[in-house]
Design a binder for this molecule. Sequence first.
Ligand SMILES: Cc1cc2nc3c(=O)[nH]c(=O)nc-3n(C[C@H](O)[C@H](O)[C@H](O)COP(=O)(O)O)c2cc1C
Ligand SMILES: [Mn+2]
Length: 477
Amino acid sequence: MPLKNCLKEQGFPEEGKKMTTKIYNLRTFLDKLNETGQLTRISKPVSIVHELANVAATLVRQGGGAVLFEHPVGTKETFSWPIFTNAVANQTSAAIALNCATAEVTERMGWALEPANGIRPQFTDEQPPWKQNIIKGNDIDLYRLPIPTHGKLDGGPFITGGVTVTRDPISGRGNLSYNRMQVLGKSTFGFNVNEWRHVMQFYKVQQEKNEPLQVAIIIGLDPAISIAAGARYDDDELLIAGAIRGEPVKVTKGVTVDLDIPVEAEIVIEGYLPPHKRQKEGPLAEFHGYYGELWESPIFEVTAICYRDNPIYQTIIPGWSEHIYIGNVLPREPLLLRFVRHVSKNVVGLHIPPYSNGFTAIVQINKSNPGEPKNVAMAAFTAHVNIAKVIVIDSDVNMYDPADILWALSNRVDWSRDIFLVPGAQGHEMDPTADMRGVQTKIGIDATYKPERRDYGERIQYPEVDLSQYLNSARKG
Ligand SMILES: Cc1cc2nc3c(=O)[nH]c(=O)nc-3n(C[C@H](O)[C@H](O)[C@H](O)COP(=O)(O)O)c2cc1C
Ligand SMILES: [Mn+2]
């Protein structure tokens, strides 16, 4: 499936107007998933300790995705809120979230991430649904929230699908990010934030003044906001969400914090990171597919829990497909595409498959020269430090289908001639194949057809048909 030309030229985001359901919050997204047959509902009671994550992960493994657990089970005290997960866990749901075709996701993200296309959030005084219920002071009890314990070796319940809203204390601009949060007490979370994140930068400015950093966690979101929060961006990531929807995200003030918080959220948890305080949190299933270590992280003291009537809690299964889609696939594909297109106009597609945890890129090309695939692979390495394996395929191979990729590797690669190694290159320090500083060997694989070696002609293709036109529907009785 070749990518089309830049969607901007095709009139994005006007495309959105054709939709029957316009997505602007979690509920309209659920409607849209339902409408397109992409939502699984589970009414059976499911434990929030491991079982829920196991069911959600199995659904993804078997080609499914978005799932609403209608009766999650915690303890007697836990709020009985439904739990939604796998919002953006496969190419189909990513396309629905972004309002484009599956083959257009990379171009669409590229368009939305372009600073010139950003749309600034709009402040409103209107009452957000999430102010319908407010818990403050001694009534705060985080153990009542239906926060799942996901992985077998996770240190306990973690908020993984909440988006952190902060403000740059110097410029005053807003910021979105993901920070896993482990429940450490009735009103305290461990708050994970790596050294090089914007939130860490803001926290350090506040620490210098011996002042706290205010934060709000928003849960139950329009996927445009969830996707935006995973991107590295120099301005407020809400501009990206605005670009995706073609209109400003509405924001309003917090109950106990001076932050601009989206009006459309199911749940908002407000509080602050006190300066100079750290506590151990972890481990948690990490993006690279293993469990991480314990971290000495800042703590998050909660000052208010706010939620709309009958809210829907949302989670992201850590170390699984949605985590990778939001953190590694969607924000990086446009960057890689720009680099590979710079060296070859014959590139027709690019994908960072979620099952390779963001370390592998697949580039699709209609090559005009036998050396071109290797140049393209080199360009993909240089685009992002995490990319350590690049597979270049022809356009008759489906880049979204792992079996088809393996077919190309098995049938189109001579392993002494068609690969090249780059030893001692810089990768991500958490790449399981790299040393502690991220030094590793990168590999480029030309898995394109070489007609000059042997002529096989055309590959067997049985075009896909719409099976619903052929299958007998189940008869009653
Ligand atoms: C599901 C998910 C969980 C994440 N968890 C963390 C985390 O716990 N700590 C962290 O520093 N980064 C985490 N990240 C990565 C950052 O949140 C992400 O890179 C974000 O863009 C950083 O925003 P910033 O550049 O505004 O700081 C996570 C990303 C995703 C998608
Ligand atoms: Mn940021």
